[in-house]
Design a protein around this ligand. Structure first.
Ligand code: IVH
Length: 677
């Protein structure tokens, strides 16, 4: 193997590690996804050619580990302790007094005590061992002494560095792996759509994902980590906890930016209250604040009581559960026609918020929990802002006059169509697909949502309003909204109308995988949409794919493949795709070979008239495959107008604006397809 190949591979690994850090830890990428993919592809190609180049810390090894038959047990280099709790300010102050007494008794002079406050992340505690800067082992906490070796699974978490620069011979980093809230909501939506039980909270979701024997499954569940401390070390020592966190941050670990250092207990209490107020707006679940004495020498003096270090304490927030009465079980129609049960509750406060309704997910869930109308139930707010019913209380279950289990309604609660339950399905559905107003509302809500087209300003209320006032009657109508019509609505200022239309405009730039997800094909959540987009590269290829071909896609089994095929064949979906395509949405991947070598990369085309050989769809596909984009109207940003027979007003417009016009032969030549046809 030539020496420069090894050098190049090393350089690529270093660069990819750096860019992972910029993207996943700092949230501040320096290069485009495209450039990043190019680096990774180059490294993959080198490693394919020279397999001896593959190192365990190569970024290509994040995914692809083999499923483990079971996890190996590992003894932690240092025990992973737990924390004592303080439920209020009094208990926090008592903790401090106790520690001051011990320090005095031990004859330790304390000039000034400093404290660090950190969010107490509700996830899964893990330990990461780096030898000479290379991640050699990742383990769960287990019982604190012995954990499980989940190295392959943890490597799939992109925010965990596989190697770190300027490292001591040994350092053990500790942190909490967690599932971001929006991912939790998404993963659950997908599970519910597949008829699987949803995770009760993000912590279970994170723990379940990491303790997956197959690392590919872990990789498909987007997890992250906050690092909060250092365990065993060799060749490095820290005087203060805060200094250790700074060291971690400087060495590419993800450390919460809102960790604070305080000079007195008043500041600590204020910080705890601030966290409590922010709790619901965070992207991760927290169940309290960890207060730590900063001086690590004092940790040694104070020692451990039971399994808990005296130098730290958890300020716990009130629980997210409450007990109330379930007044009625109602049903909503979901975006794919599924009837979704929900609970109407006697209003109750759950950690500061009044809860009146809670979701019951699906009929399966309802049966499993066995809740009935009139039951006293436990409700919980977790991850999702939507509260859920956990279970009836034991008292409710013993009630003598308990009504029978609730049954789904015979008619759709939105359009009144008689409902059906397809054989073998766990769902009752409204068969009035694409015409039921309830389904349309949900479909639009999904289409504009954050993970999909992400159209700011088109929230639930506006969607409802636009539907009611007839501004939209179809998902694709969104792209026909203009400032005049929106501004004409009562209470809608011109400014906000302009803002909304600008947001709609921006959404045309969303990548193909997001558009595919936004279509709302049952079973195609964000992860499947990404995999499908990567595999097929364009909607046209997907539209032509057989069930067998769809099944080749990672994470898609035979049942789902058939379901996707059937949905793609529905005239409504074909029409929706055609209309959205005319609106200029992206129906081909930007990534992969097409984009990279794309001779038309970055170029915008408009088609007009009938071309001699290609249909409009074929021309569009050809342009998109070569990295270009097709839009419906000519503007200054249009690069080429492709002119066929009987061109329309677009040709005149092109001439007015001085946009270059070409014919089919020139298009083929530009795309590099002239010789091939
Ligand atoms: S320190 C020295 N810091 O809470 C004490 N723990 O109840 C060891 N946790 O098992 C933990 N966020 O899973 C610490 N900022 C944080 C934390 C945190 C969450 C979890 C961790 C630990 C449990 C202790």
């Amino acid at each position: 193997m030539p020496a420069e190949v090894a050098r190049r591979a090393e350089e690529l690994r270093e660069q990819i590690g750096y860019h992972d850090w910029r993207y996943y830890v700092l949230d501040d990428p320096e290069i485009s996804d495209d450039e990043y993919d190019r680096l990774l592809d180059e490294l993959r190609a080198l490693e394919r050619e020279y397999p001896q180049l593959v190192t365990p810390d190569s970024p290509t090894q994040r995914v692809g580990g083999k499923p483990a038959p079971q996890f190996r047990q590992v003894r932690h280099l240092q025990p992973m302790l737990s924390l004592a709790n303080a439920r209020n300010e009094g208990e926090l102050r008592a903790w401090l007094e106790r520690n001051l007494r011990i320090l005095r008794r031990e004859g330790v002079e304390v000039e000034q005590l400093r404290f660090v406050t950190e969010p107490k992340i509700d996830g899964l505690a893990i330990s990461l061992v780096y030898e000479n800067g290379v991640l050699v082992r990742g383990a769960t906490r287990g019982d604190g002494e012995i954990g499980e070796d989940v190295t392959s699974n943890l490597k799939t978490i992109a925010a965990i560095p596989l190697r770190i620069p300027d490292a001591p011979p040994l350092i053990e980093v500790r942190g909490e792996a967690y599932m971001p809230r929006h991912e939790f909501v998404r993963v659950n939506e997908e599970r519910i759509a597949r008829g699987e039980p949803p995770f009760a909270n993000p912590r279970n979701a994170a723990a379940g994902s990491i303790r997956q024997l197959d690392p590919n499954i872990t990789a498909s569940r987007p997890l992250s980590i906050w690092c909060y401390g250092v365990g065993a070390t060799e060749g490095i020592d820290f005087e203060s906890h805060y200094a250790s966190l700074e060291w971690l941050r400087e060495h590419r670990f993800r450390v919460n930016p809102d960790v604070e250092l305080h000079a007195d207990v008043e500041e600590v209490v204020a910080a705890c209250r601030r966290w409590e107020e922010r709790r619901d707006s965070l992207e991760y679940e927290i169940d309290g604040v960890v207060v730590k004495i900063d001086d690590l020498r004092l940790w040694r003096v104070l020692g451990v009581a039971g399994r808990e270090p005296r130098a730290a304490i958890a300020w716990k927030f009130p629980p997210m559960t409450a007990t109330t009465v379930l007044k009625r079980i109602g049903w909503n129609v979901g975006r794919t026609g599924h009837l979704v049960p929900f609970a109407e509750l006697e209003p109750v406060q759950v950690s500061g918020v009044v809860v009146k309704t809670a979701t019951l997910h699906n009929e399966e869930d309802l049966r499993r929990k066995d809740v009935r109308e009139g039951d006293e139930v436990i409700v919980m707010r977790a991850g999702d802002v939507i509260p859920q019913v956990v279970s009836p209380t034991s008292r409710a279950v013993r009630r003598p006059d308990r009504p029978p289990p609730p049954a789904p309604p015979k008619r759709c609660p939105s359009c009144g169509t008689p409902t059906v339950k397809p054989p073998g399905s766990v769902w009752t559905v409204c068969p009035n697909r694409w015409a039921c107003p309830g389904q349309l509302f949900q479909a639009i809500k999904h289409f504009v949502s954050k993970g999909a087209m992400d159209i700011e300003g088109l929230g639930e209320e506006n969607v409802r309003r636009f539907l009611a006032e007839g501004l939209i009657g179809h998902v694709a109508d969104i792209y026909e909204l203009d400032v005049e019509r929106v501004a004409a609505l009562h209470g809608f200022g011109r400014k906000s109308a302009e803002k909304l239309v600008a947001a709609i405009e921006r959404s045309r730039e969303r990548p193909f995988e997001r558009v595919l997800y936004a279509l709302g094909i049952p079973g195609v959540g964000a992860v499947n949409a990404r995999n499908l987009a990567r595999h097929f590269g364009s909607i046209d290829r997907l539209m032509e794919a057989s069930v067998d071909e769809i099944e080749q896609v990672e994470g898609i089994g035979p049942i789902l493949a058939r379901q996707i095929r059937e949905t793609l064949d529905e005239p409504y979906i074909r029409d929706l795709v055609a209309r959205l395509r005319r609106a200029g949405l992206r129906f081909a991947s930007e990534s992969g070979e097409a984009r990279r070598d794309g001779r038309l990369a970055g170029k915008t085309f408009v088609l007009t008239g009938t071309l001699p050989h290609l249909t409009r769809e074929q021309a569009t596909e050809l342009i998109e495959r070569a990295g270009g984009r097709v839009t419906s109207s000519v503007s200054r940003r249009t690069d080429f107008v492709v002119v066929g027979d009987n061109p329309g007003s677009k040709l005149e417009r092109a001439r007015e604006l001085g946009v270059r016009t070409i014919d089919e032969a020139q298009l083929l030549e530009l795309a590099g397809e002239d010789g091939r046809r």
